[in-house]
Design a protein around this ligand. Structure first.
Ligand code: SF4
Length: 166
């Protein structure tokens, strides 16, 4: 059985150092309070991500992307595993963003990157030092949350540099 998704988009920040094609899968049952994407809760929303549709998207962006990222879909393991294997066969890396704490090994063995943890507004997302969420390199096991924390820019010093140049 296939799952539905909304039209995929190219994303640059969800997987550090990769250009990813992002598929948001509908039918999420986690129900995070403050979810920014409640349209994803309805499994009938969006279009069917059949094998044919999926390959169409991957071919369309061939040579432009290095990774495929799924927002959800772990609730239909077979459909997700099929898509991960197709991406791997085309030489693409794979990533899953899940609100769950743990992902079945049958899925995770096909992932290069995995984000786990539900959304809690008071803890913040991956860029927050207090977050409950974890972004991991699945090949090395390394936690990569630090790559999401943006360097703080000291605008005063930039202004000072401007003045010197003038
Ligand atoms: S896992 Fe994501 S889509 Fe699902 S409820 Fe939580 S924030 Fe919303």
């Amino acid at each position: 059985m296939d799952f539905n998704c909304i039209a995929p988009t190219i994303v640059f920040q969800e997987v550090p150092n990769e250009i990813s094609l992002c598929f948001s899968i509908t039918g999420c049952k986690i129900g995070c309070k403050g979810c920014h994407s409640t349209e994803l809760w309805n499994e009938n929303y969006g279009m069917s991500l059949s094998k044919e549709n999926y390959l169409h998207w991957l071919k369309k962006y061939k040579g432009l992307i290095s990774c495929v990222v799924f927002f959800g879909g772990e609730w239909q393991a077979n459909a997700l595993i099929e898509k991960l294997l197709l991406a791997k066969n085309l030489g693409l890396k794979t990533c899953l963003y899940s609100g769950e704490k743990h992902i079945d090994i049958n899925i995770s063995q096909h992932l290069d990157f995995l984000k786990t943890g539900a959304w809690h507004a008071e803890l913040g997302g991956l860029e927050s030092p207090t977050t409950n969420q974890i972004f991991r390199d699945m090949k090395t096991g390394e936690k990569l949350n630090h790559l999401f924390i943006k360097d703080s820019i000291n605008y005063n010093s930039l202004q000072g540099a401007d003045n010197v140049a003038a």
